[in-house]
Design a protein. Structure first.
Length: 253
């Protein structure tokens, strides 16, 4: 699988990227503005696990390198190859993943390392890309989690990683943050997203409390197209669904 950058009338592919067990993957795609039909370039940074290429499971987009610096250099280099000097309107870090365990769990350290790579590394890379490739007044979103606003003894590594993303959001919204002028930084905090994998492993759950992915996609589009619809800079935005109705709620300072 390769990432694609869309501009008006042209398509450019990033070559398939390979190697590290967990890494950031770059996905670039277009959205059409309603008013003038010009293309908004959106960028998503996701966490991917290495996988063998088969007919049924195409190879994931994996960044080379075992260190955060190596992965950041790879993503920024590929971004520059695709978009050149063109600035993007929005960049979304939608990395995810979950692992449980407390301090005495056999996999505690391993799971914590995994969570840090999936959530912290990808968020740091996203912020670094945004610093050089986002338009003034652009949008950067990161992904936190509602449970990680407090202690998470049954999933310590996950809680640590998402809490770090929450803190990074606040730092990126503070003065002297290195981002383009008037950048809006938002951190979404879902509870449970309605994904096929979640339905598979939590088949008996109450799906009326799960947030549809379509809501998140529409929210991102709205924030990208209409700056006035965004929450205050540095907001931690809970995405709460009850009885199949979803709302956005800002975490108080």
């Amino acid at each position: 699988m390769s990432s694609t950058c869309f501009r008006t009338g042209s398509t450019v592919n990033i070559p398939a990227i390979k190697a590290a067990p967990i890494a950031a993957a770059l996905t670039i795609s277009p959205v059409q503005r309603e008013a003038d039909k010009s293309t908004i370039i959106l960028v998503a940074i996701t966490a991917r696990e290495n996988t063998r290429h088969t007919k049924h499971s195409p190879a994931m987009e994996i960044v080379k390198g075992d260190t955060l610096q190596q992965q950041a250099d790879q993503v920024k280099g590929d971004f520059a190859k695709v978009c050149g000097e063109e600035k993007v309107d929005a960049l979304f870090c939608v990395a995810g993943g979950w692992a449980g365990g407390n301090a005495s769990n056999d996999d505690f350290v391993k799971n914590t390392d995994l969570m840090m790579k999936q959530s912290i590394w990808t968020s740091v890379i996203s912020a670094n890309v945004a610093a050089f490739h986002l338009k003034e007044g652009g949008l950067l979103t990161l992904t936190g989690a509602v449970p990680c606003l407090k202690g998470t003894s049954f999933m310590m590594g996950y809680g640590l990683a998402k809490a770090a993303v929450h803190q990074l959001t606040k730092s990126l919204a503070a003065d002297n943050n290195g981002l383009p002028d008037n950048t809006s930084v938002q951190c979404i905090l879902p509870v449970t997203l309605d994904t096929p994998m979640n339905r598979k492993f939590m088949a008996d759950a109450d799906f009326t409390k799960w947030t549809p992915l379509s809501y998140v996609a529409d929210m991102f589009t709205r924030w990208t197209e209409d700056a006035t619809s965004r929450h205050p800079n540095g907001s931690l935005v809970k995405i709460i669904t009850e009885n199949s109705e979803t709302k956005e709620e800002i975490v108080p300072e």
